[in-house]
Ligand binder design. Structure first.
Ligand code: SF4
Ligand code: SF4
Length: 423
């Protein structure tokens, strides 16, 4: 059972951080000897696989498990497949991981395979899903999903992260070029961009509508952008895509601009790293790099029982291993010292009402959690608004009893999706 809350790394603030006006270059992390890639498809031992241990791969090569697979990953290096095995995530979803042994002579400058990229979304989706920032090309290429608005997010979604703000300050011209690429390949009529209030951006955005987002958390979450800037209320159980709105990070847009310029993929991911004392670092690491390589660079010693959190303090999730790789959509990584992780909290709800007062979606969290603790997910959804939650994490932050409310909610939503899929 999940017992602990994430929220004692530092004293979390409820204002977003603004990137420094003249940000430092990220610390480059050397390409490691082994890189780990995740592939969103389970191994099926009854089928003939297209790839196997010992196969040589090229930088930029598309890797799929089976002939009919629609899921793929792209090798960031030239090398050899060392391992193909089953990966199980937090919720016991099964997928696959690949370890690629890097050809040691390679540098980031090594040429990548070029693609026959055309000016349409199917072509982009064919090769570019795993670019830094993880552009949502699968959604945009899905004929069953009608997107009429794309929102480019320069405002980072969680606290402490400045990854996308940094990219906005440094690569604004490429964001504009990437926006033109997006327009051309998707033909989506409306493009918008979120810029945090106080971020000093020179020049305009032509036909792109600018949303200035408040510095107060959770202003940058998709549901809040919909409400505050597009006058849309996200209905319970729906996603922004269901409403015709697709969100894409500034980094993903820059990656698209570069891919269309070079006809090849880039693999260098920018991350905000939060050390044990709350010190912030910015790094540039190849997708697939184990997190321990990053921690080693800054002499951050990972002890047993320290906690690594992928994502920020409000929305992040813990991983049990420092071998966890850098992923295309990983903007922030935090490490919490074992001595300041809170003790197990088994306290019952004391009905203080803090969660009710802070919830931006008016979820009756104090009642909801009783059903989630009892694994009564359908009641939680039907009677206590589980699916109205916009996953901001604020209830867990203010909970007097230190109940890990957010983890219960995430698990509850996952279980509901599973139950509905079985019907
Ligand atoms: S995470 Fe908690 S506070 Fe935030 S919307 Fe969901 S229930 Fe409300
Ligand atoms: S904040 Fe925690 S203790 Fe207070 S009412 Fe909500 S669940 Fe109960």
């Amino acid at each position: 059972m999940i017992k602990r809350s994430f929220f004692t790394l530092t004293k979390p603030r409820l204002d977003y951080d603004l990137v420094e006006p003249d940000p430092k270059e990220p610390e480059p992390i050397p390409i490691p000897s082994n890189l780990t890639l995740l592939l969103n498809e389970p191994i099926d031992s009854t089928r003939q696989a297209l790839i196997k241990k010992g196969d040589a791969v090229e930088k930029g090569e598309k890797l799929r498990l089976y002939n009919q697979s629609t899921e793929y990953t792209i090798s960031p290096v030239t090398g050899t497949i060392r391992t193909i095995d089953t990966y199980s995530d937090d919720f016991a979803n099964i997928s696959t991981y690949l370890v690629i042994k890097n050809d040691q002579s390679q540098t980031t400058q090594t040429d990548s395979i070029t693609y026959d990229l055309k000016d349409d979304i199917a072509s982009a989706d064919e090769y570019l899903r795993t670019l830094p920032g993880a552009p949502p090309l699968k959604i945009l290429a899905n004929d069953d999903v009608k997107i009429n608005t794309i929102v480019i997010t320069c405002a980072d979604m969680d606290l402490l992260s400045t990854t996308n703000q940094y990219i906005t300050l440094k690569f604004l011209d490429e964001i504009k070029k990437g926006a033109q690429v997006l327009k051309k390949i998707t033909r989506v009529p409306k493009l918008c961009i979120t810029i945090p209030e106080g971020l000093n951006i020179q020049g305009g955005f032509d036909s792109i509508q600018v949303f200035k987002t408040a510095l107060t958390y959770p202003s940058n979450l998709p549901a809040m952008i919909l409400k505050d800037h597009l006058s849309m209320i996200l209905p319970a159980g729906k996603t922004p895509e269901d409403m015709g709105v697709c969100f894409i990070t500034a980094e993903a847009v820059v990656s698209l601009a570069r891919a269309y310029k070079t006809k090849s993929a880039d693999f260098e991911k920018i991350l905000t790293v939060i050390g044990k004392q709350g010190t912030q670092y910015r790094v540039k690491a190849t997708i697939g790099t184990p997190l321990r390589k990053i921690f080693n660079t800054f002499s951050i010693h990972v002890n047993e029982q320290d906690r690594i959190v992928i994502g920020g303090p409000m929305k992040g999730f813990a991983t049990y291993t420092h071998h966890h790789p850098v992923l295309p959509d990983m903007d922030t990584v935090m490490i919490q010292d074992r001595d300041i992780i809170p003790e197990v909290s088994d306290y019952p709800c004391v009905n203080c009402g803090n969660c009710l007062r802070i919830c931006p979606a008016n979820v009756p969290v104090n009642l909801l959690v009783r059903y989630l603790e009892a694994d009564q997910y359908e009641e939680a959804a039907d009677k206590y608004d589980l699916e109205s939650c916009i996953e901001c994490g604020l209830c867990a932050y203010v909970c007097t009893a230190k109940i890990p409310l957010f983890q219960y909610i995430r698990l509850g939503k996952h279980e509901i999706l599973k139950l509905r899929a079985e019907v």
